[in-house]
Design a protein around this ligand. Structure first.
Ligand SMILES: C[S@@+](CC[C@H](N)C(=O)[O-])C[C@H]1O[C@@H](n2cnc3c(N)ncnc32)[C@H](O)[C@@H]1O
Length: 294
């Protein structure tokens, strides 16, 4: 997603060391590694072990130049220290969920795979701290907490009705599968246009399960601090709350003279990209350079 825009704005070149903080299937990483040949190293981080395994396969042509780390990007400082990685000239974070995880029936991310367990953890193994699966949240959170999550992270205007429906369901028996949650949502919220009525509730729960906004807040200052002078940080977000965090952080850092912002307005996918990959429609790319104005 936004691959050409990332390359243009990060501008990696031969021999440079870079970090992909969310390597996923390795698409962006491969594009960067081509530009940093023959000896630029890349630190590839992902919280999702299954994604890292796929990235390892896909990045085989660059073996010897890539170090894979199974961890959260919010541990960036520690990861770089432990790996003795030199200050990178570029760090990329492409937030959210990979297509691979979305389609994996064992993970519970897709409301279309109704028999899947209601899990949604990026890191079910708990390598970066054990977190409860989505089923635990919907079955045990207080109603006001559940409603807040669905309203705030999902920007769902039917949050109250959906929460009531979940509470009613769990009184009879705990929700266990994706289908259980989809049924509870669709009982009170109908399809609007092309968007499935459970889309926003699923997004909200995924963000809560994985503590996505807090992790992003913890990552950004570590990334700026880790960069080499004139190094660049690129963040692709999909959610307005994420984009707001990145925008505000960049502005504060710019006001303090620590960065220069390269994207006055965020870069967004071309019409052609949105047509071939509808999931890219809400992607926003923001890039900042470490260091004050010359
Ligand atoms: C949109 S995908 C990245 C796709 C990748 N850029 C590519 O070209 O294939 C986002 C990835 O970020 C990972 N992720 C999400 N939150 C993370 C975090 N806090 N730390 C590390 N990885 C994370 C997910 O597991 C997922 O694999």
């Amino acid at each position: 997603m936004l691959r050409q825009e990332v390359l243009t704005l990060l501008h990696p070149s031969s021999g440079q060391h870079t970090v992909d903080a969310t390597v996923g299937a390795g698409g962006h990483a491969a594009a960067v590694l081509e530009k940093t040949a023959p000896d630029g190293r890349l630190l590839a981080i992902d919280l999702d072990r299954a994604s890292l395994d796929v990235a390892r396969q896909n990045l085989k042509p660059f073996a010897g130049r890539v170090t894979f780390i199974h961890d959260g990007f919010d541990n960036l400082k520690q990861i770089l220290n432990d790996a003795r990685f030199p200050p990178p000239v570029a760090i990329l974070a492409d937030l959210g969920l990979s297509g691979l995880s979305l389609e994996d029936p064992s993970r519970g991310f897709s409301f279309q795979l109704t028999n899947s367990p209601l899990d949604m953890r990026f890191d079910p193994s708990g390598a970066s701290g054990q977190r409860p699966p989505a089923a635990d949240l919907v079955n045990s959170l207080r109603p006001d907490e559940l409603e807040r999550i669905i309203r705030q992270y999902g920007e769902e205007r039917h949050a109250r009705a959906i929460t009531r429906s979940i509470i009613e369901t769990r009184r009879r028996r705990p929700l266990q599968t994706v289908g259980d949650l989809v049924t509870a949502v669709t009982r009170v919220s109908r399809r609007r246009g092309r968007i499935h009525p459970a889309t926003r509730t699923f997004q909200a729960l995924r963000m809560a399960v994985n503590d996505e906004l807090d992790r992003l807040e913890r990552f950004l200052p570590q990334a700026i601090e880790a960069l080499a002078a004139d190094g660049r940080l690129a963040v692709i977000s999909f959610h307005s709350l994420e984009d707001r965090i990145v925008k505000r952080f960049f502005r504060q850092q710019a006001a303090a003279g620590r960065v220069r912002i390269l994207t006055k307005h965020p870069a967004t996918p071309s019409y052609a990209e949105v047509t071939t990959n509808p999931r890219s429609r809400s992607a926003k790319l923001r890039v900042a350079v470490r260091g004050p104005h010359p």
